[in-house]
Design a protein around this ligand. Sequence first.
Ligand code: ACO
Length: 312
Amino acid sequence: MRAGVITGVGGALPEQTLTNADLESMMDTSDQWIVERTGIRERRVGGVTSALAVEAGGKALAAAGVDPADIGLLILATTTPDRTVPATSASVSEELGMRCGAFDVNAACAGWVYALVAAQGFVATGVDKVLVIGADTLSRFTDYTDRGTAILFSDGAGASVVEGREGREGSLGLLGWDLGCDGSAESILYCDYGGLIKMEGREVFRRAVRVMVDSSKRSLEMAGVTAHDVDLVIPHQANIRIIESANQRLGIPMEKSSVIIDRIGNSSSATIPLALEAAIAQGRLHDGDVVLFTGFGAGMTWASAVVRWGQT
Ligand code: ACO
């Protein structure tokens, strides 16, 4: 059996910054309320999903030292594709010069972790190198007259190269995972064709904490480790209070989390790989570390993965 290990990570953000002060001039809100209730100070908007995915994917390939032609599969997690048909992964694969299978995954903000777990499955069955991208442009579907959602959402992309390593299954790469979906909760967060995102914020918040905690516990159990063994949590960046509540219930101190929500907001499937990129840039990851990825999104979906960091 082969382990799938992350060998390169890259991120991309659109140039335009939307600050809390900008939002104050657009609606009845305040910087103080947004910072206290969400942890967000500014977010990036105005992106194109495929372009952000190409930029992040290119950076991940360069970081891994992998030629695009050597990638055996592209999985693009997005809930905001460029078009209905074809899949955005088709455009991304062409732009990056790839000649392999490519498909999109829509699991909302849990999408990148869904794709990471799927990549491990493909690596185990013989694909050598998988490019896993999370890219979203929620600003295109955000109602800027609704202060309950406009303050949160943003655009961005994050990518990782996952490569197979012989004989390391269970000791390197993905040690445990949990994917879930509760379709009975789809009405609390949705966007119809041609419409804008509608959300029951309080209900999403309540369920988000519960599913992140339960999903993390299941992944840790499958991995055969405890919350105490976790060196770094890389959570979906939806609301700082959701991250704090989940950490508290798991018994993991906030210092062990990669948090960049203050400057990127909620860019759906992009936030976890972007927070991973930030952790690597800050030198926070070391070989042998136990990393917990956990997220939730519209559906309601959730996904967690426990990874033993390192390449050999
Ligand atoms: N500025 C000022 N006041 C506001 C704002 C705002 N932007 N938004 C709401 N308020 C007011 C409300 O009107 C309410 O006032 P009232 O008490 O007079 O009625 C008060 O603040 C409290 O409102 P709540 O909705 O209870 O505020 P809450 O603390 O729950 O924060 C928020 C709202 C930020 C939306 C929060 O519920 C949240 O983050 N929920 C989770 C959302 C989420 O994570 N979504 C992403 C899912 S992932 C995906 O798939 C995209």
